[in-house]
Design a protein around this ligand. Sequence first.
Ligand SMILES: [Zn+2]
Length: 390
Amino acid sequence: MEFELWWLLALPLTFALGWLASRLDLLQLRRDGGRRGEASLAYFRGLNFLLSEQQDKAIDAFIEAVTADPDTVDLHFALGNLFRRRGEYERAVRVHQNLLARADLPAADRQRAQVALAQDFFKAGLLDRAEATYTALTATAYQSEALAALLQIHERTREWPAAIDIAQRLERLGTGSWARQIAHYWCEIALRQRRDGDLVAALDALDKASAADPQAVRPWQLRALIAQQQGHPEQALAHLRQIAALRPDFTAIVAADIGRLYRETGQAEAGREWLRAQLQDSPAIELLDAVLALEDDPARRRRLSLQYLQAHKSLLAARRAVQQAAVSPADEGLRSAVEQAVDAALDNRQRYRCAACGFEARNHTWHCPACMGWDTYPPRRSEELSLITP
Ligand SMILES: [Zn+2]
């Protein structure tokens, strides 16, 4: 009897509880809907500000949207990217770390957030943390991106063996040839070992550079440097002449050294002949200068510079011809005025210019300090760029 009575009471109670629960659900849904509505409104407002390039207002709107609806992953990414683009790395890091702290974050979004976080660290100059984050990403779908970033980090911190390892991994992934960079990394190692006084190790590194890229010019330049240091000028000369055999255009950047070594080894005449032949095949003002330096006869120097000017009508050539011209003492003032006028017109056309980013350098360099590209400087000054064989 008691049991039945209990049931009589329990039925309406269950019904009432069910009704209450459904009302609560509805209420929650309505509240959530309201929050989502607010969030999406703020989101669109943010987008609008972004499109009209008002980043400050866009950020305010996105912060509002994220606060109204903290579950929105894409909003976090948008906000984080905005902070990073504005250089507010600490805030970008916080946004992405907040995302990563979420236990319910799907694996794909987690990796995306890690990539974003690694970019924040990299941009902020926190290279250790960027390296650790990118290293964790090398086992994910972001492998190539992570390896490319790690390569940049190792270049920046001058960790050349690590850079070689990463470049080889990138090569194995089928991202094209990294031979040129690998050769340069070996050259950097050789330079360091030379500085440390270990010439044997330096020469061994240069062999590895040439093995990586048999066409590389720089290892020969460095071998010549070491041979001179060891007191073997003939050997140094042979190394530099090897550059002419490999890449004739690059003889220009070592022409002065070649001329000096010919003179040092008592072969001025042979040097003149050799350099004149190179000047014919691959003209450059540096080669003319090297020939002129080995030529003691003023009449021949005059003729050579005039011939060069007639063949390549550049301001650099005009400068040399005026310099070598025979003028009476009364005309010395004129010569000096013409030289100054040509120098003014030459201005920065005497500099080397990075083919990738346009950054100018007084001397030829293998690694652009602006865009960090390797081999981006052609072996001619701006004024003589047209002389390079395509
Ligand atoms: Zn550059």
